[in-house]
Design a protein around this ligand. Structure first.
Ligand SMILES: Nc1nc2c(ncn2[C@@H]2O[C@H](COP(=O)(O)OP(=O)(O)OP(=O)(O)O)[C@@H](O)[C@H]2O)c(=O)[nH]1
Length: 395
């Protein structure tokens, strides 16, 4: 059971396999397929009613072809196993396996008729599966050569050079008809199940990887907050949604004397302070607000539907919470932490969110100049509004 899970995971990760391994998987599908056809051929020529169902002499020749295909398949697989460690990304091997796979399938299909159900499954399934997993030019060339072979065989049959579906005796009774129906399902079913299973496993893995990459591309590795690019795009999205209808507040904060924290307690302690600040800010804001790491020790908070008084209260709460944070250094001693805040509202005169962020940065600069561990507000077309105008709660 455990081994089965390991194999399932390996198959799911097939997209990351080497070119040779991807070629080998085609052989792992094709050889059992021809063994299956060989068993069917053996079975049918041993049936007492075989002359009503198949042309026995053709089936005997088909069996020789099946044996030949298995032998060639084993030789190609041997070459793949040889290349696997030595030249794992040898693309011509994948081209060769694809040509073997598609041309031999067309040949086998022709013997039971190219208008049959299994041929439809193979023709539709193989390129879709191929384009997900394999080199696209290898797939295109295999599709092209198999279509040429398919049309050549069909044309030769129409022109009377060769018989169409030579294995098959045209079903003359319900019994013969049901035999061929079941045989076609027998030919198509393993291929259909295998291809569906593999496509499902690989695409599920692919989607999980996409989600993971999306999260990684948006988040800051240390704090897990939105990274600078993502918080910018969140800010711009909030600005487009709020323009002219509801107030949008923008808060930029920067840890005070953070260089000293690093210098006196070490970088690891500095990182812990950054993580603790990120967790604290995330806990302080509301569900629709956004927090991101804007730079080294700078954070940006976007507060939609928030006027200056409310935004000031939130910033003040964050300031007090950061001041109260307890982070210890490697010796277990507490580290003094505080942050300065610059706050602004997006104004209709701002060409973009960048203008509001620049104004918040200016207010932050004022907060640093006015002694740090404080909130300053700078609104468009006004001077810095003293934080006391909004609250008396500062400690
Ligand atoms: N530990 C740690 N430090 C960082 C990280 N990113 C930036 N820093 C440090 O943050 C410090 C920022 O220092 P400054 O820009 O001089 O600012 P400050 O010391 O906080 O001073 P003020 O902002 O004026 O209060 C630098 O020492 C950077 O090396 C990080 O991811 N981890």
């Amino acid at each position: 059971m455990k081994q089965l899970t390991v194999w399932r995971k390996r198959i799911a990760a097939a997209l990351e396999w080497s070119a040779v391994d991807k070629g080998l998987i085609l052989m792992a599908v094709a050889i059992p397929l021809y063994l299956q056809y060989l068993c069917w051929s053996l079975y049918v020529i041993n049936r007492p009613d075989r002359d009503l169902l198949v042309h026995v002499d053709v089936i005997r020749r088909v069996m020789e072809v099946e044996l030949l295909l298995i032998a060639v398949g084993l030789m190609i697989s041997g070459a793949g196993l040889f290349l696997r460690k030595r030249r794992p990304n040898f693309l011509p091997f994948q081209h060769a396996t694809l040509q073997y796979y598609s041309l031999s399938l067309v040949l086998m299909s022709y013997s039971i008729g190219t208008l049959s159900f299994p041929v439809g499954i193979v023709l539709l399934g193989a390129p879709i599966f191929g384009f997900i997993l394999l080199d696209r030019w290898a797939v295109w060339s295999a599709v092209l050569s198999s279509v040429v072979l398919l049309f050549t065989l069909n044309y030769a049959a129409v022109a009377g050079y060769i018989p169409y579906a030579p294995s098959k005796v045209t079903p003359a009774s319900a019994h013969a008809f049901s035999f061929w129906m079941l045989s076609e399902v027998f030919f198509a079913a393993p291929f259909l199940i295998l291809i569906t299973f593999m496509a499902d496993q690989m695409l599920t893995w692919w989607r999980a990887r996409e989600d993971h990459i999306r999260v990684l591309s948006r988040s800051d590795g240390l704090t897990g907050l939105a990274n600078r690019r993502h918080i910018f795009s969140e800010a711009n999205a909030a600005a487009s949604a709020s323009r002219d209808s509801s107030p949008l507040a923008c808060v930029l904060l920067d840890l005070d004397h953070f260089k000293r924290v690093n210098d006196s307690h070490g970088h690891a302690t500095g990182d812990r302070v950054l993580k603790a600040t990120a967790e604290c800010l995330t806990a302080m804001v509301r569900a629709g607000d956004s927090v991101g790491r804007y730079g080294g020790e700078e954070f940006l908070i976007i507060l939609p539907n928030t006027d200056a008084t409310e935004a000031h209260a939130i910033a003040e709460r964050c300031r007090a919470a950061i001041k109260a944070l307890i982070v210890v250094n490697d010796q277990g001693e507490p580290v003094a932490i505080s942050a300065s805040f610059g706050l602004t509202l997006l104004s209709s005169s701002d060409g973009s969110m960048d203008a509001a962020i620049a104004r918040a940065d200016e207010a932050l600069y004022q907060a640093k100049g006015n002694g740090r561990n404080r909130v300053e507000i700078l609104l468009a077309s006004s001077g810095t509004v003293p934080s006391d105008a909004f609250s008396k709660n500062r400690r």
